[in-house]
Design a binder for this molecule. Structure first.
Ligand code: C2O
Length: 543
């Protein structure tokens, strides 16, 4: 195992992907930022220098951070932000996971431009559980605003409405030639007959995305850095936070083919960015001047196609790292995602119905970040008083017809709070994640830090345990860190709390986090030093 070192300089960077120059915050003047490549078992050390005008933290999305919670990165959860002009070193081991993950800023909305791929290959000499690809290609799907994203978020939070829609989607930072002024299109050359591994990452802020390559079938082999049973498909749907690894065989007549992505919109109630980003798959033997062939993407609202893809993935139960599914459950939770309306300041012109401001919640608790001390530090120092409480409810306060809009509309009351759920070391937790029709039904991508979970089942309507429990997949469920909970539906996840620390679980639609669609788990230490959270590194930023 090796020690892999990187230096990140986070700073202003001027780019012009569309018609207008824009100053963005980026790492090492790259968009996307540097790709990190490690092998399972390695130690990663990243020195992060904040040369930007904003506070920043970096989150290593999907990394287990076993006993290294101080390196997880969500601001005010596991650390205070790195101030402008300061530095913090993230150091952690990468064990028990292989595949595609990514890293991104976890302060405010800065992840729009502060992100990159984190690729974990098997330990030396270990093969992939699929044919060895000729080349591996990261495909980072992003979202671009021709504006300062900090302003976009501030305006949304101040006005209390949804953020302005984006101006483009991007493939590896490039919008592609279907947009006005965009001459920069991602291009990948292929050799006829060879197999390619595309490591697809959805780094977009507010949109799930359909992805296709014209003329080519794809075989999914991993999702969220967990191997899947090979799943053939012509379309991939990927939610913000998720990754999907697919094999592509270059077996078509040599020509030029577009790869393309556009949104999957589960709740078409508001305006959305309906544009399409493209990249080019170019056979080496063909003339590059020929017009590429365009794939036909599913309709924006094609929930059946999205659901079929998401729910048909299964885990590769015979692969390395696939853990047995814990059968005995210690903690059962039922978590609803609701929205609320806050009264707006007098005179303010707020964007939500009734001159109000949107809030979001889990079990009617709208999550508030502390500002004096991070949750992890408060927990470690036994100083929770005034920072958090341990009374996050296991169930919503009232049972109702969650997915029935008229009934659900009555349940907008929510309380603000920093209420954590306490878990014993190694407890097995099962959570029913239930979308509701409060304000609208939509598909929320829910991300859990610190763990992968098994997806035992998912479906539409209100979850009914008596009917669904015997259908749980206890044989080869997919393992993920982010689950797109079906619109007007539910998903059941299960994980073992084998990692002491504080771990946030939140919606990865960017603006839903400041609205409060989150909670956090406090996992207690195990019986020995090797199952206990070590003290923080000496350079941990203070608030
Ligand atoms: Cu990728 Cu807490 O997020």
């Amino acid at each position: 195992a090796a020690v892999v070192k990187h230096t990140f300089h986070v700073g202003n960077y001027t780019v012009k992907p569309l018609c207008k120059e824009q100053v963005v915050v980026a790492v090492n003047k790259k968009l996307p930022g540097p790709t990190i490549r490690v092998h399972e078992g390695d130690t990663l050390v990243v020195d992060v220098y904040n040369d930007s005008p904003y506070n920043i933290t970096i989150h290593w999305h999907g990394i287990f951070q076993l006993l290294s919670g101080w390196a997880d990165g969500p601001s005010y959860v596991t650390q205070c932000p790195i101030r402008p002009g300061s530095k913090y070193t993230y150091k952690f081991n990468i064990t028990g996971q292989e595949g595609t993950l990514w890293w991104h800023a976890h302060f405010s909305v800065l992840r729009a431009t502060v992100y990159g791929a984190l690729i974990i290959r098997p330990r030396s000499s270990m093969p992939y559980p699929f044919p060895k690809p000729y080349r591996e290609v990261p495909i980072l799907l992003g979202e671009w605003w021709d504006a300062n994203v900090m302003d976009v978020e501030r305006e949304a939070l101040e006005s209390g409405g949804a953020p302005n829609i984006s101006d483009a989607f991007t493939i590896n930072g490039k919008p592609g030639r279907l947009y006005p002024c965009s001459k920069d299109t991602f291009k990948m050359k292929v050799v006829h007959g060879k197999t390619y591994l595309l490591r697809i990452i959805n780094a977009a802020l507010n949109n799930q995305l359909f992805f296709k390559v014209a003329g080519h079938n794809l075989t999914v082999v991993a999702a969220d850095a967990a191997y899947t049973y090979p799943y053939p498909t012509d379309v991939v749907v990927v939610a913000p936070g998720q990754t999907t690894d697919v094999l592509l065989i270059a077996d078509q007549p040599p020509a030029s083919y577009y790869m393309a992505a556009h949104p999957y919109i589960s709740a078409p109630i508001a305006p959305f960015d309906n544009t399409t980003t493209v990249g080019i798959l170019q056979y080496e033997s063909s003339a590059s001047s020929a017009k590429p062939i365009m794939p036909v993407l599913p309709a924006f609202t094609d929930t059946p196609t999205a659901h079929k893809f998401y729910s048909n993935l299964t885990g590769l139960a015979r692969s390395r790292g696939y853990k047995p599914i814990p059968h005995r459950v210690d903690e059962r939770m039922f978590i609803t995602f609701g929205f609320g309306l806050d009264q707006c300041a007098p005179g303010a012109n707020c964007g939500a119905p009734g001159n109000a401001r949107f809030t979001a919640n889990m079990n009617n608790v709208s999550f508030q970040f502390p500002s004096r001390l991070s949750l992890l530090e408060a927990h470690f120092r036994g100083a929770a008083n005034g920072i958090f409480t341990e009374d996050f409810p296991d169930n919503p306060p009232v049972e109702y017809d969650y997915t029935n809009a008229t009934v659900a509309a009555a349940f907008v009351a929510s309380e603000k709070g920093t209420r954590l759920k306490k878990l014993a070391y190694n407890a097995t937790v099962e959570i029913v994640l239930q979308n509701t029709a409060v304000i609208t039904t939509e598909n929320h991508p829910i991300h859990l830090h610190g763990f992968n979970f098994f997806v035992l089942a998912q479906g539409f309507g209100n979850f009914d345990r008596a009917r669904e429990e015997q259908k749980f997949n206890m044989v080869n469920p997919q393992e993920r860190n982010t689950i797109a909970v079906p619109v007007g539906g539910w998903a059941v996840i299960r994980f073992k709390a084998n990692n002491p620390g504080v771990w946030i679980m939140h919606c990865h639609l960017d603006v839903h986090l400041p609205w409060g669609l989150a909670t956090a788990f406090k996992v207690e230490n195990g019986p020995t030093p090797s199952s206990s959270l070590p003290p923080p590194p000496s350079d941990l930023p203070v608030c």
